[in-house]
Design a protein around this ligand. Structure first.
Ligand code: C2O
Ligand code: CU
Ligand code: CU
Length: 430
């Protein structure tokens, strides 16, 4: 769905939908009848007017993940009761570009609603897309979302899922199991979105490096060659692929150990044990065209601004009570009536986020995209707007956060079970 004359106006229902999925019949929850939901394509300054109709048997709402727009519009505290509708209207910020997404954000129910299929992408096109090396590339959006079915429906959460975050055995790309992408051109621009509740994707393309050109919320300053790319839940990236020979190449998720726990029965007692790395998963088959001649890489992308000096340094500590499946920030579980941090619009802050737990936590902040300075004591490899940063056990991330819009919003772990079980706080900007 594309904006026309500066306006993208549509109505979407959140509704149970019977679908054919990976060769099975299943009833998911969808936006507008499709899984993933419709991809919204807009340009900076366009108006988005989206009416969400709730045809679920429970309340829901919608969050515009990654967009620096007012929390009065992108309100994570709003509840749309069953049978009712709500209209979200905002202007796409100027100078914004990238791959964003929308999903429910009703605290306590985010994990089951997202797992069941409520998600979609929002692409903000940019004037930079016109540079020849990007304009001539063949663009594809790949939405990575795993699923488990039980009796023709998304499998319900077990106590273990509430602890680890729920993963599914069907690892789908755009709702399909191991699809084939037949490339017409030798240079591809892939927009990648990890819309999974808890699954990590350590992405690698057989025989080819990836050229990272954009992170969550915008372009890098120049392409960065990587042999693999870790996408934590909620994260996005754009990469260029330069196909150099004919053939079929696997896009895979390599094994990754995020510290998830398994249950072991030891003499009638249940014990949580580290689960170890996942298996490699083939996500997609990529067929290169005959005689491929890839384009040169763009030399420069988008310069990143130098931000004003920070006025305050904050520390946020993430901890877990695994057995109770409770998760904390600075020792507290989420309470929508409590304000955890107060800041001032148009100032810059340093946030030091420390993971004192035993598993990875992808930390996410709404409304105020940030620059990652370092993770685990290592300088971050590039400058670009981010809104999710992954922290392995024991790591500290240092973020430079320019506060933009006034109002109340939230920060949380994007393993959405952890968010539902307390790992979220409230930021009030005045
Ligand atoms: Cu995808 Cu609160 O976010
Ligand atoms: Cu978000
Ligand atoms: Cu977490």
């Amino acid at each position: 769905v594309r904006s026309q004359g500066g306006l993208l106006s549509l109505k979407l229902s959140a509704t149970p939908t019977p679908l054919a999925l990976a060769g099975q019949r299943a009833t998911l929850l969808t936006y507008g009848g499709s899984f993933p939901g419709p991809t919204l394509r807009v340009r900076p300054r366009d108006t988005v007017r989206l009416t969400l109709e709730n045809r679920l048997p429970e309340p829901t709402n919608l969050h515009w993940h990654g967009l620096p727009i007012s929390p009065k519009v992108d309100d994570p505290f709003l509840e749309i009761p069953p049978g009712e509708s709500w209209t979200y209207e905002f202007a796409v910020p100027k100078e914004l570009a990238g791959t964003f997404w929308y999903h429910p954000h009703l605290h306590g129910r985010v994990a089951p609603q997202l797992f069941a299929g409520l998600l979609g992408a929002l692409v903000v096109e940019s004037s930079l897309d016109a540079i020849p090396e990007l304009r001539e590339a063949e663009e594809h959006l790949l939405v990575l979302k795993d699923l488990a079915l039980q009796g023709g429906r998304p499998a319900p959460h077990t106590p273990m899922d509430w602890m680890n975050g729920k993963e599914g055995d069907l690892v789908l790309v755009n709702g399909a199991l191991r699809p084939t992408l037949v490339a017409q051109k030798a240079t591809l621009r892939l927009r990648l979105l990890n819309a999974s509740n808890a699954r990590y994707y350590r992405l690698a393309l057989q025989d080819h490096p990836l050229y990272l050109i954009a992170a969550d919320g915008g372009f890098l300053e120049e392409p960065l060659e990587v042999s693999e790319l870790l996408l934590a839940p909620g994260e996005r990236a754009e990469v260029l692929v330069r196909l150099r020979k004919e053939g079929r190449f696997l896009l895979q998720a390599l094994p990754y150990d995020r510290g998830a726990m398994g249950m072991m029965d030891m003499g009638g007692m249940a014990h949580a044990m580290p689960q170890g790395p996942s298996r490699p998963e083939t996500l997609l088959y990529l067929i290169a065209p005959k005689n491929p001649k890839p384009l040169p890489l763009p030399k420069a992308l988008s310069p990143f601004p130098t931000l004003p000096a920070p006025v305050v340094t904050r520390r946020l500590v993430l901890t877990e009570d695994m057995m109770a499946a409770r998760f904390f920030i600075n020792g507290q579980v989420f309470d929508h009536r409590r304000v955890d941090l107060k800041g001032q619009a148009q100032t810059v802050e340093v946030w030091e986020v420390e993971n004192q737990g035993d598993m990875d936590h992808p930390f996410h902040l709404h409304v105020h995209p940030f620059q990652v300075l370092s993770v685990g004591g290592r300088p971050f490899p590039y400058r670009a707007w981010k809104d999710v940063v992954n922290l392995k056990a024991g790591e500290v991330a240092r973020l430079l956060v320019p506060l933009r819009e006034k109002g109340r919003t939230v920060f949380h772990c994007h393993i959405v079970e952890h968010e539902d079980r307390g790992m979220m706080g409230v930021l009030e900007v005045g």
